[in-house]
Design a protein around this ligand. Structure first.
Ligand code: NAP
Length: 254
């Protein structure tokens, strides 16, 4: 209990999946959560559930790929709490798995704008507030596909960029006591996975197929990732920066 007590935390993509689990877990551990998401219904639902169960949360509608909106919403959040301790960049989309010679300019931009420019904008407007608060922690949700190769070239490239941006930011802001780390989930059962599964075969068939490729024999759950994010957000990781935490049931070791 209270592993992030009194911390003010912004979680992008907090209205669904990994971001939702992280918001609920960190609220249970004493943090106040600002959920930012493009999904109005999901974000309001999660904030409402946290507040009804004794936690503290607010929802802010935001498309992280629009710079002026990120500036506006982050300023609003900082003015409300007069403090910012943690940013979790979790919002992300997958996009097309067409081969690179068939990817359009628009398809490239859509994925890059959310997955890479989004965390850049959010970091850009969080850092001054983290500095004013005496330091903090930024956790970027990348993917094992930011390290491995596969068919979703644009997605994988965006997540690889996010991994490297994390290390650069860790270097640049170490003197300001702001830590940056990336988390690399493997195959996790979330609404995003369910949507992708529905495009191929049934949910059950997708889970069985993916599970067979995972040394631990099962897909991950959102809480498996939320627990890693919580550690990196908390003071338990106060000497950890520029690192990458792989949470994948062993996928990366084979
Ligand atoms: P999810 O359930 O779809 O949740 C992502 C949330 O982000 C959704 O509410 C989504 O809204 C929102 N979002 C999308 N674009 C946005 C934007 N431009 N601005 C603000 N919010 C936006 O996905 P998830 O599976 O939890 O994934 C969370 C993160 O983990 C992503 O970065 C993903 O790449 C990463 N990840 C997931 C897996 C996995 O297996 N699930 C594996 C590795 C990495 P909409 O629903 O309206 O789009």
């Amino acid at each position: 209990m209270n592993r992030v007590k009194h911390k003010i935390v912004i979680i992008t993509g907090g209205g669904s999946g990994i971001g939702e689990s992280t918001a609920k877990l960190m609220a249970r551990e004493g943090a106040t959560i600002a959920i930012v998401d493009i999904d109005e219904e999901g974000g309001s639902r999660v904030a409402g559930e946290i507040n009804r169960t004794g936690g503290k949360a607010g929802f802010y509608h935001l498309d992280v790929s629009i710079e002026k909106d990120v500036e506006k919403v982050f300023t609003e959040i900082y003015k409300k709490y007069n403090k910012l301790d943690v940013l979790v960049n979790c919002a992300g989309i997958v996009g097309s798995d067409a081969p690179p010679h068939e990817i359009t300019n628009e398809q490239w931009d859509t994925v890059m704008n959310t997955n890479l420019k989004g965390p850049f904008f959010c970091t850009k407007y969080a850092v001054p507030y983290l500095k004013k608060s005496g330091g903090g922690s930024v956790v970027n949700v990348s993917s094992i596909m930011g390290i491995l190769a596969g068919p979703t070239m644009v997605y994988n490239t965006s997540k690889s960029g996010l991994r490297h941006m994390t290390k650069n930011d860790a270097y640049i802001y170490a003197k300001d006591n702001i830590r940056f780390n990336s988390v690399h989930p493997g195959y996790i059962i979330t609404p995003l996975f369910k949507k992708l599964a529905a495009e191929k075969d049934s949910f059950e068939e997708s889970v069985t197929r993916e599970s067979q490729m995972i040394p631990m024999g099962r897909m991950g759950m959102p809480d498996d990732i939320a627990n890693g994010i919580l550690y990196l957000a908390s003071d338990e990781s106060s000497y950890v920066t520029g690192s990458e935490l792989i949470i994948d049931g062993g996928c990366m070791i084979v």
